[in-house]
Write a protein that binds this ligand. Structure first.
Ligand code: PLP
Length: 399
């Protein structure tokens, strides 16, 4: 038996690999600070947990509709209307086993050999791999520091070919935290208007984690003419601290939602019935804590950005959202560690940080833009301060 050709086209998630490595080291009693994981350190709020417990007690433990219970689809429709001024009928809503599953369903249902998907880099690690799994071609385009880590209209226009099926927009972004303003989305919308066959995959997973009065917007809301060819993707994982519950969802044209359900009916079937009940509570319950949690993330962002910008050789932009920073460090490449090892890549640099500073981050190459690293600041300010001090010392020791 050999692994399939489709499997050979993808790699294991590098971000999950870092988390696993940190857990191994911690189990061995090693004091390592993990800044690799992409999940909030907050607990799932009590009223959401209670809804899950109630669902168990009430025996809501059987199969549900393949792509979501009517209650959850109604809650998602209300969420899209409330937060995004978008109207979706239940037939236009898909509920999946996490946002990653939403991506997988949408891409595998629509992309095949010869199809291209435009992915701005740095990107969330799963985009290119899922496209490759489907047999399509990821077209990675630059959205680096000179463009504030956002796709520019000119770069988008140049990337589109007759084979382009989708363009992925992720705002706020994993790994940079950069988020598109209304004006920036409108400018991209003008390019899409010239390419009527191209679809938009709008990944809004970090919608509620934005700072400094930044006004989140999604492209189907800002450019209504794109509504019929946009999949608006979101989920409970990050906003509601529900990463383990695995609920992602999307709104889009009914035929696409139906195609995704067909695939889901032959793979996972419904998302966990208990998690779906909890997601109803998340989306319809009190929303005030979202701002409180975003405020906590904001002071952590300010701490980390300030400390990293005081680190030899490192430059760290101040992102508008998510809980990541993406410092770059071209000046450190080619330097030697105290043990004489040459830092020849960002992978070597994060290896040095893990071995010598006991701080785990994810190297930029995993996200398609080097030399940089992704730091997740979803942890306490005390740990963040210690981690940044360790990074400062490790960088100062390079020669
Ligand atoms: N989209 C982005 C940009 C993400 O960073 C993630 C998770 O890291 C997801 C989607 C998927 O989240 P999940 O599958 O945990 O719901």
């Amino acid at each position: 038996m050999q692994p399939s050709a489709a499997l050979a086209r993808i790699s294991p998630s590098p971000t999950l690999a870092v988390t696993t490595r940190v857990q191994e080291l911690q189990r061995q009693g090693i004091d390592v600070i993990g800044l690799g994981a992409g999940e909030p350190d907050f607990d799932t709020p009590e009223h959401i947990k209670d809804a899950g417990i109630r669902a168990i007690r009430e025996n809501r433990t059987r199969y549900t509709n393949v792509d979501g219970t009517p209650e959850l689809k109604a809650a998602i429709a209300a969420k899209f209307a409330r937060d995004n001024a978008l109207t979706y009928d239940p037939s236009q809503i898909s509920v999946n086993v996490g946002g990653k599953h939403t991506l997988f369903n949408a891409i595998v249902a629509t992309v095949g050999p010869g199809d291209e998907v435009v992915i701005p880099a740095p990107y969330w690690v799963s985009y290119p791999d899922v496209v490759q799994f489907a047999g399509g071609t990821p077209v990675v385009v630059a959205a680096g520091p000179e463009q504030d880590y956002k796709l520019s209209p000119a770069v988008l226009d140049a990337a589109i070919t007759p084979r382009t099926k989708w363009v992925i927009l992720n705002s706020p972004s994993n790994p940079t935290g950069a988020a598109y303003t209304v004006a920036e989305l409108r400018a991209l919308g003008e390019v899409f208007a010239r390419h009527p066959r191209v679809w938009v995959f709008a990944d809004d997973m970090y919608e509620h984690i934005v700072y400094d009065d930044f006004k989140f917007a999604t492209i189907a809301e800002v450019c209504p003419e794109l509504y019929a060819r946009t999949l608006t993707v979101n989920g409970c994982s990050k906003a509601y601290s529900m990463t383990g519950w695995r609920i992602g969802f999307a709104g889009g044209p009914a035929w696409l939602i139906k195609a995704m359900a067909k695939l889901q009916s032959q793979s996972t079937s419904n998302p966990c019935s208990i998690a779906q009940a909890a997601a109803v509570a998340a989306l319809t319950g009190p929303q005030g804590f979202l701002k409180e949690r975003a405020a906590a993330f904001q002071s952590r962002r300010d701490l980390v950005v300030s400390m990293l910008n005081q680190t030899t050789g490192m430059s760290c932009p101040r992102p508008e959202g998510a809980f990541y920073v993406y410092p770059s460090f071209p000046a450190l490449i080619g330097k030697r560690t105290p043990k004489g090892v040459v830092i020849d890549s960002d992978e070597a640099f994060v290896g040095y940080l893990l071995d010598e500073a006991r701080v785990a981050a994810v190297h930029g190459a995993a996200f398609g833009l080097s030399p940089a690293m992704r730091i997740s600041y979803a942890t306490s300010e005390e740990l963040l301060r210690t981690a940044c001090e360790r990074i400062q010392e490790a960088c100062a020791a390079l020669r």
